[in-house]
Design a protein around this ligand. Structure first.
Ligand code: URA
Length: 210
């Protein structure tokens, strides 16, 4: 299977990402930019979403016209940074359902431990879009998708704002069938597992917790 990575290099996305990387940007501004990038990335992520023809009437005549079934989409938020992406995505696909996955890293084993998991019912009918702004080591992304696959969604896509090459390799080593959408692939991880040049701790910057 060909593991695919889509780098969304639209100038608006790249411009906003540059603003987000700046260390002196306020929490308010960082959050607003992530919201805007979420909307823009949603266009790319939903590009091949299936449509169905329905009968409508324009002021001039009857026609069959395409619609998407937004309710068949489930945004899966990887807590807590994934929350920052959600509002922008929901603005574009307002009928979508939302699931949450909470994972923390066990300080002894460094493995991902689940503390929260809640998905809508009938996942086998839904296309899942996993939201996690930072694909760093890839360990939590792998664990989140491992768990999500147990619910057997129709399809899975993974959206991150920034990815590290190491994280992409790790993720696609485990899930070659899941396409990744990202705004940039940065140089590498540092010794603390942060993406460099990166933008710092996404959760802290979204929620102002540092
Ligand atoms: N998580 C973050 O928030 N930032 C990184 O650089 C890596 C993981």
């Amino acid at each position: 299977m060909n593991a695919s990575v889509h780098v969304i290099d639209h100038p608006l996305v790249q411009h906003k990402l540059t603003l987000m990387r700046q260390k002196n940007r306020s929490t308010n501004s960082f959050r607003r930019l992530l919201h805007e990038i979420g909307m823009l990335m949603a266009y790319e992520v939903t590009r091949d979403m299936p449509t169905q023809l329905i009968d409508i009437e324009t002021p001039l005549e009857a026609m069959k016209a395409p619609v998407i079934d937004g309710k068949k989409t489930v945004f899966v938020v990887v807590m807590r940074a994934g929350d920052g992406f959600l509002d922008g995505m929901l603005e574009v696909v307002p009928g979508a359902r939302v699931g949450h996955v909470g994972l923390y890293r066990d300080p002894k084993t460094l493995g991902a431990v689940e503390y929260y998991f809640k998905m809508p019912h009938d996942m086998h009918e839904r296309d899942a879009v996993v939201l996690d702004p930072m694909l760093a080591t890839g360990n939590s992304a792998v664990a989140a998708v491992d768990r999500l696959k147990e619910t057997r969604p129709k399809s899975i896509r993974f959206v991150s704002l920034l990815a590290a090459p190491e994280g992409l390799r790790n993720f696609h080593g485990h899930h070659p069938d899941v396409p990744v959408y990202t705004a940039a692939i940065d140089r590498q991880l540092n010794e603390h597992g942060y993406i460099v040049p990166g933008l710092g701790d996404a959760g802290d910057r979204i929620f102002g917790t540092k």
